[in-house]
Design a protein. Structure first.
Length: 131
């Protein structure tokens, strides 16, 4: 119905700035879980991380699991201050978790709103700024 009213199907599920609505929270949850996983298990390829996330991390835990793909996961990891690409293996990126102090410094230097980061990183940023 929305596409019939506006006449433009490209505006479906978009806010006034043209961005999709509702996806940011999932990105933060993904970043938090993957950060913990890489801290415990060391560097991994995006496919290995994706397989873990889609099968072990959230399988049947909350009822719905839309999962992720290696390409979208790579985009999230690349844009996040929590991760760094340390190499490639068979044309797949190998990712590692940055030390938390380094991630906090990068987050502060980025000058992004604090709410754009996962909750555990928000708490560390607040602690650093209060010092």
């Amino acid at each position: 119905f929305f596409t019939l009213v506006t006449g433009n199907k490209n505006n479906y599920n978009r806010d006034r700035r043209g961005q999709g609505m509702g996806g940011r929270g999932q990105t933060k949850r993904l970043q938090s879980k993957v950060y913990e996983y890489l801290q415990e298990n060391g560097p991994m390829t995006s496919t290995d991380i994706c397989d873990w996330y889609n099968s072990d991390c959230y399988s049947n835990r909350f009822g719905y699991n839309y999962g992720t793909t290696p390409v979208s996961l790579g985009c999230v990891l690349r844009a996040s201050v929590l991760f760094e690409k340390i190499g490639e293996e068979k044309k797949l990126g190998v990712w590692d978790a940055r030390p938390l102090d380094d991630a906090v410094s990068r987050a502060i230097a980025s000058r992004k709103p604090i709410k754009k980061f996962p909750m555990f990183l928000q708490e560390k940023i607040k602690e650093r700024l209060d010092e």
